[in-house]
Design a protein around this ligand. Sequence first.
Ligand SMILES: Nc1ncnc2c1ncn2[C@@H]1O[C@H](COP(=O)(O)OP(=O)(O)O)[C@@H](O)[C@H]1O
Ligand SMILES: [Mg+2]
Length: 274
Amino acid sequence: MLKPHQAKQAHGDSPNPVLSINQMNLVYNSTRGPITAIRDLTFSIRKGEFVSILGPSGCGKSTLLKIVSGLLRPTSGNVVLADVEVKEPRPDIGIVFQQPTLLPWKTVLENVLVPIRAMRMPVHEYKDRAHDLLRLVGLGDFINHYPYELSGGMQQRVGIARGLIHDPAMLLMDEPFAALDAMSREFMMDELQQIWMTTGKSVLFITHSIPEAVYLSDRVLTLSPRPGRVIDDIKIDLPRVRDVETMGQSMFGEYATHLRALFKSNTAPSTRIA
Ligand SMILES: Nc1ncnc2c1ncn2[C@@H]1O[C@H](COP(=O)(O)OP(=O)(O)O)[C@@H](O)[C@H]1O
Ligand SMILES: [Mg+2]
């Protein structure tokens, strides 16, 4: 088994990061008093890097994503994307949520173009790109279909194309495959790897699935239970393109065992933060 100290530690503060999170804290003011969701979080992501954030339910993963996307301001500290501090929602970020939330009365093509209309960008200039992205996600034959005609996995692929339509500097994904069945999930992991390799996007991928994180990532950051802070940052040194055989490799198993042990020790009742 790979012990924590044997795991190859990645460099937390990468040179020329596309995204950097600096000593960030987030306290929610709830009716029952203040809730610290994130405490002293610091990490950065290099351009083109695929980084997963792994953490137990309620540790602040979605909160982190909302802050990076500019929907929520941190209580202290800051987030810098492409050299500019994030203070509000920005067009250089693409988001893919757990539920694809497609508009049922719009076709697949129109759904992909929703962010372009919302940002009042010229739709006609993005139609070719929408077609290209839909082909990339394997939906070239479904451009004029409606969401109800698609499976859950296909709908999520529309969500990914929509997240990439405006060519954002960074793609944020919040447990995008959590609602899918096991088979669709594995298929989507391969699809996402392909999309990432083709587009070269920087990706911040949130998950609580250990195999998903190891399979997809260049780096996996593990967060503690709430308030979330980075307790482990490992580089996944598995060659690409990864496929089913990758999952059978001993290194894959060692990474997964290492992360599982970490998860277990940090979510034990004695260490759980109520
Ligand atoms: N708007 C809010 N007001 C008060 N507490 C919140 C709010 N949103 C989230 N929380 C709390 O903050 C913590 C982190 O939530 P969240 O970021 O959704 O976790 P995760 O996505 O990791 O499951 C949880 O304990 C949650 O109950
Ligand atoms: Mg969440």
